[in-house]
Write a protein that binds this ligand. Sequence first.
Ligand code: SF4
Length: 371
Amino acid sequence: MKYIDEFRDGDTARLLAGLIHKEVRPDRNYRLMEFCGGHTHAIFRFGIVDLMPENVRFVHGPGCPVCVLPAGRIEAAIRLAESSDIILCTYADLMRVPAGKKDSLHKARARGADIRMIYSATDALAIAQANPERQVVFFAIGFETTTPPTAAVIRIAAAMALTNFTVFCNHVLTPPAMAHILASGEASIDGILGPSHVSTIIGSQAYADCCAQYRMPLVIAGFEPVDVIQSTLLLIRQINEGIHRVENQYTRAVSASGNRKAKALMDEIFELRPRFEWRGLGELPDSALAIRHTYAAFDAEKRFHMAPVTTTDINGCICPAVLRGVSNPDECKLFGTVCTPEEPKGACMVSSEGACAAYYSYGRFRAEVTS
Ligand code: SF4
């Protein structure tokens, strides 16, 4: 298989789904967490749920970087943008995520703050170069996939001796979040569809300890429908055989050890934060990155003395439970009525990777079976 069409081929998808129907045991349920929001959207967009037997259920995980960012971090960015003459740059998805008191970056921009949407980290750097008289802050978010580009722009800014460019770093790490979910046991999972893009950077072996400790089958899955269905079949086989190992279905992009250069770059620029708050998961140790002391001149939190801000999500929003895999979006009383993609009340309805947005956009949800 070489091209994208082959991974969207209906006959292949039906063949693999047929094998799943043949191999599932009728006397049990299979609860499979897709860690990434990208997989959630693929599952709903391509109708994969409809191809599965009744006893195979997908549980949505926390793998949406916008969704797991707590409102306090957005509120802190808004306060910075409104209290000083800076240019704040960030990705479009983050603009409409509700912060405290029903605020958002989008609303702050409407009030006059200079907040700009960018497509890449290098866009923020270009804005800094074009505005030498202004301080430019890049509001950086994301899992390991988007961390290397942030590291790269910090290194470039250092090489150029730029004095008007800093990064508000909110990069988080996948394995600690996965370990937390498995340790809590709250979501009752039988197997995990592992992240694909993240794994291109960190490699499949990054999950080995976690899988061994919690005896959890994991298959790294690509984002196309044939990828997801084949990975589901591989998971079901592991579960049936009573084994738990890391398998890599996405071999066309993911290696065992990942991207060596990207990991070295991340390690040069960042260090572990002792603690970081995640929406839904709470404060997790060693689960996020901070800019190393060597590059402190590019750390917005240090340069602008940004204080931690605590705020709460809107009443009735169950995003935290959705992100932990214990509730589905349609269990939220606000889903599809008060909360829609046009008027989102929670992060999971805003982001292009959010589970609520997937449920709303594709409308393919069905009731959970009781186990
Ligand atoms: S439907 Fe809206 S309010 Fe409810 S959990 Fe999802 S994002 Fe939050």
